[in-house]
Design a protein around this ligand. Structure first.
Ligand SMILES: NC(=O)c1ccc[n+]([C@@H]2O[C@H](COP(=O)([O-])OP(=O)(O)OC[C@H]3O[C@@H](n4cnc5c(N)ncnc54)[C@H](OP(=O)(O)O)[C@@H]3O)[C@@H](O)[C@H]2O)c1
Length: 419
């Protein structure tokens, strides 16, 4: 029995909201608030008569802490699910603290303006100290841990698929299959085809920033950074087939390196087709991925934001995407003195997702875990106070809900490993 405020109404939010409405025993009331209220109203209208959850809508600029505070004060939610953009994480966390409500999100903080001199000073020091250069890292949100503890509140960080489910898979492997985990390879395979020469499956700006950045992995207690797309492997994914995949930096590596004692190596690979990579390289070479504003005909424009306006809206890919995703983790380690390897994964079909919630599998595989994490905080099953990632809680109720709400998983005890 809880009252939820969802901030954002894009691809991921629309799935998370529909899933909350399938779970109306937990989410009795829900307010959809976003920058563009018409999107919230359109979704609320589609849900009318199809759910027992009472749905309302509101407009909010989530870059503005005071606006979020007044919305929270007027709606009085028990918790806030942030499925806007990573740029808004800190503002929404501040508002939650000010109003005494729990906080949940799917992606860790990064600044919209990476040229901001104050942020850059801290960023450059972190690059030097830690050895990876991604714009996002957990330090900003972990800095809220004590404040959330003192307020008796939970901030659940990163409950999408990766991060989110991949970290729950790790906690599950640690609890049920291993005495020691030595290596973790997180594999994210999208075998789907949307028929466009180039489109991104989630917010283009966030996606292209992530993919065009240097790759990095954790090994023997430190980060190893490599040029973007310079480590390539092939893997034969169950139900999808052989795909090329590339090593990327990814946020859950940072949390798992901190929270899994004795882990020797953690890597993250994502599959990409040649057409995607060629387009991305070309756009990068001509400066279209830049986040630095330029003057154009007397107006300031940010190249990557202009590119976003040209690309297909990820939320529109649903009806045309066919094929499956396979996302999971290969673990190696020791159980009862013997070496052991397992692969825990989920396979998700783009068209089945579309039939159920009018969305492709990338938004689905993020939106379902966003609902699950929020439900576990709302019901008090996950009630550790402070700011925590999903690997820090009991994985069992989360794994049960994955099976129940559309993301069933498999444990393969004899998988192929990645070289
Ligand atoms: N963990 C994972 O596995 C995973 C995977 C994919 C995505 N994600 C994360 O999920 C989040 C949502 O991604 P998405 O693909 O759904 O993005 P999206 O389609 O671009 O949607 C973003 C939504 O946030 C709203 N928004 C943006 N700025 C706002 C502001 N200042 N105030 C209020 N609302 C604002 C947008 O409003 P407008 O309609 O006005 O633009 C839009 O409704 C992102 O943080 C992304 O990084 C996580």
């Amino acid at each position: 029995m809880s009252r939820l405020l969802v901030i954002g109404c894009g691809g991921v939010a629309q799935v998370a909201i529909r899933k909350c409405c399938q779970n109306s025993e937990v989410f009795t009331e829900l307010c959809i608030a976003s920058r563009t209220k018409s999107k919230c109203d359109a979704l609320a209208q589609k849900l009318e008569g199809k759910t027992a959850t009472k749905v309302t809508t509101a407009q909010v600029n989530a870059d503005n802490v005071d606006e979020i505070i007044s919305l929270i004060k007027s709606y009085k939610p028990d918790l806030v699910l942030n499925v806007a953009l990573p740029y808004q994480d800190l503002a929404i966390m501040d508002a939650c603290l000010a109003c005494g409500v729990h906080y949940v999100d799917t992606a860790n903080y990064e600044p919209e303006d990476t040229d901001d001199p104050e942020w850059r000073k801290i960023y450059e020091k972190r690059c030097k100290d830690l050895g990876f250069s991604a714009y996002f890292d957990y330090s900003w949100q972990w800095a809220y841990d004590q404040k959330f503890k003192d307020a008796g509140l939970t901030a659940l960080l990163g409950t999408g698929f990766d991060p989110g489910v991949t970290s729950v898979f790790t906690a599950y492997a640690k609890k049920h299959y291993f005495d020691e985990i030595h290596t973790i390879d997180i594999l994210d395979c999208n075998g789907g085809d949307h028929g466009y020469p180039f489109a991104t499956n989630f917010n283009p700006e966030v996606n292209l920033r992530e993919v065009s950045a240097p790759g990095s992995y954790w090994e023997d207690g430190h980060w190893v950074e490599v040029p973007a797309m310079s480590i390539k492997r092939e893997y034969d994914f169950p139900q999808v087939g052989k795909k090329d995949m590339y090593l990327l930096h990814h946020e859950e590596i940072e949390a798992l390196a901190k929270n899994i004692p004795g882990v020797k190596r953690i890597r993250f690979f994502m599959t990409f087709g040649q057409s995607y990579l060629t387009h991305m390289k070309c756009l990068e070479n001509v400066g279209m991925l830049s986040t630095t504003p330029i003057d154009f005909n007397g107006q300031k424009i940010v190249p990557i934001q202009f590119l976003k306006a040209l690309l297909p809206d990820p939320a529109s890919l649903g009806p045309r995407t066919v094929g499956k995703t396979n996302i999971g983790c290969i673990f190696t380690g020791i159980k009862d003195g013997k070496e052991k390897t397992i692969f825990i994964y989920n396979v998700c079909d783009h068209q089945e997702c579309y039939q159920e919630v009018e969305s492709q599998a990338i938004s689905y595989t993020t939106g379902v875990p966003a609902m699950i994490g929020t439900a576990l905080v709302a019901t008090g099953k996950w009630n550790t106070r402070g700011a925590h990632t999903t690997d820090e809680f009991d994985p069992d109720p989360y794994m049960e809900m994955l099976n129940k709400f559309g993301l069933p998983w498999v444990v393969d005890e004899n998988p192929a490993t990645v070289e």
